[in-house]
Design a protein around this ligand. Structure first.
Ligand SMILES: C[S@@+](CC[C@H](N)C(=O)[O-])C[C@H]1O[C@@H](n2cnc3c(N)ncnc32)[C@H](O)[C@@H]1O
Length: 289
């Protein structure tokens, strides 16, 4: 398969092999009263998964697909907590799927792994009760194409459960009076800033083809493909403490720049997140009958 795999996954796979990374490759959820507590990233990731699963209201014998399943963290959790489920994890990276393969079915569940692109799901129409897509859609060639495919493979009444990262484009729009007669125009500064942020993110998190995708596009496209209007929760604040552990795992960055592309990208994402220049969104929507 012709794939474009995110460079940061080299580090994730390496850390997993060394035993310093768990199966979750997503941020943690720090409930408001725990924001300043000593929760580890792993505890916050477990809270994150529990919230997804309580909303998903899974019941025995359902068929569940996790698109962009990473190292199988969510599949592992469903396999441990529920019984008689048919669970499928899908990723575009065979190395990740090899790690997933060590998850053995429990509780009379079946577990399968599929290598494919999220925009071309190799399943018949109306075959799943639930489709999860956790912190992966920003990598996809086209979110719209993924929503179309998710809608197609869901059974009528089935649920799509996603988290995604959406940059707030309006925060990068400079007022016209910021223009200075002899200097660059406001729209040039805006274009330069947006290009620079995109480049920094790409250095570790590529592919990220459409960083200026908006909440409005997301809502419109989901409805246009035949899903119900998404029920959206903003998890920006609750997920923002997650970087503490990650950044301290790599070298701390001072006031100067860095030649380490991973650190540059992670620091950029952290800055955007802590300053709410991006939104971390959680949403669910249902396939219309
Ligand atoms: C941040 S990780 C999230 C992994 C997992 N959902 C989790 O929460 O632990 C993003 C995942 O999306 C996968 N991915 C990226 N682009 C993809 C595509 N076009 N099709 C399928 N998976 C893709 C990556 O390989 C990676 O596993």
């Amino acid at each position: 398969m012709d794939t474009d795999l995110p460079p940061y996954f080299e580090n994730v796979l390496d850390s997993y092999e060394r035993g310093t990374h768990n199966r979750c490759v997503h941020l943690g959820y720090y409930a408001p009263n725990t924001l300043s507590s000593n929760w580890t990233l792993q505890e916050a990731q477990e809270e994150f998964d529990d919230r997804l699963l309580s909303e998903a209201a899974l019941s025995p014998a359902q068929k569940v697909l996790d698109v962009g399943c990473g190292l199988g963290g969510l599949v592992d959790r469903i396999n441990s907590k529920y019984n008689r489920m048919n669970i499928v994890g899908l990723s575009n990276d065979p190395r990740q799927l090899e790690i997933c393969n060590s998850i053995r079915p429990k509780n009379h569940n079946s577990v399968a792994w599929v290598e494919a692109d999220a925009c071309f799901l190799p399943f018949p129409s109306a075959s799943f009760d639930r489709v999860f897509c956790i912190e992966a859609a920003f990598h996809f060639g086209s979110r719209r194409r993924f929503y179309t495919e998710a809608q197609r493979v869901l059974k009528p009444g089935g649920l799509l459960i996603c988290t995604d990262i959406i940059l707030r484009e309006s925060s990068f729009q400079f007022p016209n009076n910021a223009r200075c007669d002899s200097g660059p125009q406001a729209n040039d500064i805006e274009a330069f800033t947006k290009r620079s942020i995109h480049s920094l993110l790409l250095s570790a998190f590529a592919p990220w083809p459409d960083p200026w995708y908006s909440m409005a596009s997301m809502q419109n496209e989901i409805i246009e493909v035949g899903l119900t209007a998404p029920q959206i929760q903003d998890w920006t604040l609750q997920t923002s403490p997650s970087y503490q552990g990650m950044v301290s795992q790599s070298k701390p960055q001072g006031h100067h720049g860095t030649r380490d592309p991973m650190l540059a990208a992670l620091s950029t994402l952290q800055f955007l997140h802590l300053n709410q220049l991006l939104q971390y969104v959680y949403f669910t929507c249902v396939k219309n009958y």
